[in-house]
Design a protein around this ligand. Sequence first.
Ligand code: AMP
Ligand code: MG
Length: 422
Amino acid sequence: MDDAPRVYDLAVTFGVLRSGEGMLAVDDAQQRVLAEVPVLESERIALDEAHGRVLREEIHAPFDVPEGDNTAMDGYAVRAEDAPGTLRVIDDVPAGSIARERVERGTAIRIMTGALMPDGADAVAQVEITDAGSEMVNVFKSLTSGANIRRRGEDMRAGDVVIESGTPIRAAELAVLASVQKSRVDVGRRPTVAILSTGDELIGIDEPRTPGKVVNSNAWALAALVREAGAIPRPLGIVRDTREATIAAIESALESDFVLSSGGVSVGAYDFVKDALDALGAETKFWQVAMKPGKPVVLSRLRSKLYFGLPGNPVSSMVSFLLFVAPSIRKAMGQTKNVLPPIANTRVMSALKGAGERRVYYRVRVVARDGELVAYPKTAQGSGTLTSMLDANGLAIVEAGVARIEAGAVVGTVIIGAVLAE
Ligand code: AMP
Ligand code: MG
């Protein structure tokens, strides 16, 4: 830490930093980004379309669910005080029907799961504790009053808030919305996200490969990540490494809600993104984050739009997307909680090295084993090694200033994909 100012001065001398700007810690950068993200307007859509959207209204239960006391079991509605005993079966009630008779002392009504409780009964003898008789039934065990009954309003009470605004709509939310008959819901609009791929070396997937050329893979990865976050990707193609082309491309991208570019944000002679943003009058919030991979990351505000200049290296662009852009998309859609990716402790299975002032994110495969999360670092960790992201579902953290983590140690790990059994 002592030599930090000296490193900083050297960096300024070499033009790596503009004065007054340093590398921002990842957590600070995330907070700066989220503070800039506007919540987009909502729209009313059919429930059919709502999966993956963020709910933008508070949902109240309009009626009790269940609407009346009903049986949790297939069996016989009885008076608890009659069990055990032999009872006369006086009616039969499938789910969705209503009993015609009342349960009196010494009688039972055959009843199926979900059917409303008949009057007079205060318990259900599940079929397993009876002889399943149809004229007469033997109940072999005693029952307490209320046994096997689901109470009216046990799930939702009329007027209760059952889902808060700002909640992502997944299977369970869809089920609750359907059960309260919300056939149309207010949800956040999906943001559009322009994707620019800067680089003279880039070619499209169908173009002939000539020496020195690199296939534009970032556009594919970023478009998929945009979609996974719930937004609409607008891939705008390859941008040549000139100031003019970069300016024109950025201008053409500004009709989208967010603009992403990959590449052109380092300190190379052909990195024009920062210059182009300056020329367009953008307000640059930061342009370097203390992380590896992915140090050069630009955040700018340009004509009310947010611009993310992501690094060109394929792994760096994906990692910086996951840490900065995906949370922004969630916030823009109206998600109010948990917009940042979760961090869980994992036990790393090989040693990890630190990188001085930068926090390192190691790609790992996290599995659940013997009740804990275990992380296998991928053998290749280069920021240009695309295959190192294959089946990586975690980013194990080595904090800035930590020289080395030994195999078997427990470290915070950003969870970026589903964790499976080993
Ligand atoms: P840059 O940040 O522009 O210096 O790019 C850093 C590295 O990332 C270079 O090796 C580029 O070839 C590579 N790169 C940049 N953009 C892309 C892209 N769209 N697809 C694949 N690789 C890229
Ligand atoms: Mg480049």
